[in-house]
Ligand binder design. Structure first.
Ligand code: PGA
Length: 250
């Protein structure tokens, strides 16, 4: 059985005051025994403080990115060891905003996945096609390529220690989510691709859907057999929305 997981990606939002309010609201309404794991990923500068606020809660701490290198002259970067040191358990790698706005290649993303894993963080690998890819019938090709580079560098065993998030770029922050059937099709494809290397690992790997998930559409997306939770952007900044999504995952 794969335990579902709901991850809040706060992106570049928040302030110390906003974060404290959000964590307090989450804590106040948090279900006693949720059937899904919950992670929040604040901006780097707030990780330690948010981590402290989460200490007595079942909510886990994650980073939105990680450096592919371990230490040295990499101005502006944050290593996996540093993230671990301040209490992170998860790290998102290869978010489409990083791939597109900061030109992160499939190879760099794979190295980030390996770096996170090597310091015992749980990497969440984001994959997903752009609208033009989908319209040209290239969704499978793009997603498989993004996945294969990580499988090649890290192997199925290491991939299985992390999670995969399918995030169609056209659905991120647009209010236009993939239909449950569209999501399921790609999730099944991702699982099958991992399964070519190792069927056991494929069956155990958590594959999250991301892209305009809200309280109102979460249940139908999470009801799909290969959708094991979600990576939530905008809706993770509102406690009641995020908790409703968490409830839908359980
Ligand atoms: P969204 O973002 O939920 O705001 O569409 C999802 C993501 O980018 O992870």
């Amino acid at each position: 059985m794969r335990r579902p997981i709901v991850v809040g990606n706060w992106k570049m939002h928040g302030s110390r005051a906003d974060n404290a309010r959000l964590i307090e609201e989450l804590g106040a309404q948090y279900p006693p025994d949720p059937a899904a794991d919950c992670v929040v990923c604040p901006p780097f500068v707030y990780l330690q403080e948010v981590g402290r606020m989460l200490r007595d809660t079942p909510i886990h701490l994650g980073a939105q990115d990680v450096c592919a290198d371990n230490q040295g002259a990499f101005t502006g970067e944050v290593s996996a060891a540093m993230l671990k040191d301040v209490g992170c358990e998860y790290a998102i790698v290869g978010h489409s905003e990083r791939r597109l706005l900061y030109r992160e290649s499939d190879q760099l993303v794979a190295r980030k996945f390996a770096a996170a894993h090597s310091k015992a963080l749980i990497p969440i690998l984001c994959v997903g096609e752009q609208l033009s890819d989908r319209e040209a019938g290239r969704t499978a090709e793009v997603v498989q390529r993004q996945l294969d580079v990580v499988l090649e560098l890290c192997g199925a065993e290491t991939l299985g220690h992390g999670a995969v998030a399918y995030e169609p770029v056209w659905a991120i922050g647009t209010g236009r989510n993939a239909s449950p059937e569209q999501a399921q099709e790609v999730h099944a494809l991702i699982r099958a691709r991992i399964g070519v290397r190792d069927a056991r690992i494929a069956a155990a790997t958590r594959i999250l859907y991301g892209g305009s998930v809200k309280a109102s559409n979460a249940a139908e997306l999470f009801a799909m057999p290969d959708v094991d939770g979600g990576l939530i952007g905008g809706a993770s900044l509102k406690a009641d929305e995020f908790l409703a999504i968490l409830a839908a995952a359980g």
